[in-house]
Write a protein that binds this ligand. Structure first.
Ligand SMILES: Cc1ncc(COP(=O)(O)O)c(C=O)c1O
Length: 413
């Protein structure tokens, strides 16, 4: 990632994605435009799944819709038998509409509405991961009101594991709003009288864009040790959900943790320690979709301010928020190289939104002299790209195009 991959190639200096010219897509659909190679998504999904199942066969990837919920992506994953992790009513409807079996749907979120919980109970989802004891009681009373005999509930446990990532992507510290502390889970399970909300699972998501096998291993061990403790109170855990979080490399030359290393730390550890039949669920998002997608944007204007050469493009932070929100680094490459004069000029690349943070990169040496109308590609935007886009500044959402077997077509976001 962070560079041209098997699905991103330059042929005669022209960038192609899945064999289709970036310029032809930009010409046909306009810019800014997200372009996803669906075959690349499926390739990553298959690689992740086989690494996990090689270590623990009863593993399910419930793809995190929050990372990318374009219809073509989630439909393709559903057709491969993938599950879905959703965090809203629309997400639930999308998953069910795409044919994901309800038992493969996981409903997450720290503050679910009554309407969301009721819909999840009625649909019979595989697991509602509760993030407070009050939420479990709310599920219990909703089940009674809806005359639902039972509902599978998991506790999202806050394991207090500190991880090395951007502060905005860490979720597992005991000061965060996420989950329920271990002692509280034990106390609640001992005392609670639940007739319909069945505590069936344990869930933990310690953060995103992680590359530390130790953190994943200790997360797995901690969840299993909690399950042993709960067993003593008569609560049998049958589903373990390790969340998502596997990081990718966004920068040329950086190495990401491989699916095999991740699977060793999680499914491998689990297989060694778990002595009971159980399902292991992974809510991977970023690592499945990040490198499948590019954002094409055209240069509107060029100017020099002080010592900075600016290329002002037609994509803004509303279209792609990660650089402004997290200071995230994404490679930016020109879609044409052959017909442009070579240059080692460093460009700062900014958008049309009136915010100082509406900048995709600074001092980027992209190898060519830019002109008005030139096409640039921001790479690895498949995760938390279009799904975080907004209409800020009353700008329309960008188009989302999918490339599949050399053909391209629009899909809804
Ligand atoms: C609860 C939960 N599960 C899964 C994910 C997906 O994580 P990632 O895209 O890093 O794999 C997230 C993302 O933040 C999350 O909050």
């Amino acid at each position: 990632m962070g560079h041209e991959g098997p699905h991103l190639t330059f042929s005669d200096g022209d960038l192609k994605i899945g064999g289709v010219s970036a310029e032809s897509i930009a010409g046909r659909y306009g810019t800014p435009v997200y372009v996803t190679d669906i075959d690349r998504v499926l390739e990553r999904y298959a690689a992740a799944l086989s690494a996990l199942r090689a270590r623990y066969p009863n593993s399910l990837i419930a793809f995190a819709y929050k990372s990318n919920s374009t219809k073509a992506v989630v439909e393709a994953l559903s057709r491969r038998g993938g599950g879905a992790t959703v965090v809203s009513l629309s997400g639930l409807k999308l998953a069910l509409g795409c044919g994901v079996s309800p038992r493969k749907v996981v409903f997450d979120g720290p503050s679910k509405s009554r309407e969301e919980l009721a819909a999840a109970i009625k649909a019979g989802v595989g697991m509602i991961n509760a993030e407070s004891t009050q939420e479990v009681l709310e599920i219990e009373s909703l089940c009674a009101r809806l005359k639902a005999r039972s509902c599978r509930v998991g506790f999202r446990v806050n394991l207090g594991i500190k991880v090395d990532t951007h502060a905005g992507l860490a979720t597992g510290s005991s000061e965060h709003k996420f989950g329920v502390g271990r002692e509280e889970v034990v106390r609640f399970c001992k005392d609670a009288k639940l007739a319909r909300a069945k505590i069936f699972g344990l869930h933990s998501h310690i953060g995103s864009q992680l590359s530390d096998p130790w953190a994943f291993r200790s997360q797995t061990e901690e969840l299993l040790s909690l399950a042993m403790e709960l067993k003593e109170s008569g609560v049998q855990i049958r589903e373990f959900n390790l969340g998502g979080g596997l990081g990718v490399s966004y920068k040329r030359g950086d190495e990401a943790m491989t699916f095999d290393a991740y699977a060793d730390a999680t499914a491998g550890t689990f297989a060694r320690l778990c002595k009971e039949p159980a399902r292991l669920v992974f809510e991977l998002g970023r690592s499945i979709v990040a490198d499948s997608t590019i954002l094409l944007t055209r240069v509107n204007y060029l100017k020099r301010m002080g010592s900075t050469d600016w290329a002002l493009v037609d994509a803004g932070m509303n279209d792609f928020l990660r650089p402004a929100l997290y200071g995230a680094y994404h490679e930016i490459v020109p879609a044409h190289t052959m017909s442009r004069a070579p240059s080692d000029k460093g460009y700062s690349i900014g958008g049309p939104v009136c915010e100082t943070s509406d900048v995709f990169g600074t001092g980027r040496r992209i190898g060519v002299e830019l002109s008005r109308g030139d096409l640039l590609a921001i790479l690895d935007v498949g995760a938390y790209g279009i799904s975080m886009a907004s209409t800020y500044n009353m700008r329309p959402l960008p188009a989302t195009i999918v490339v599949h077997h050399g053909r391209h077509f629009p899909t809804s976001s």
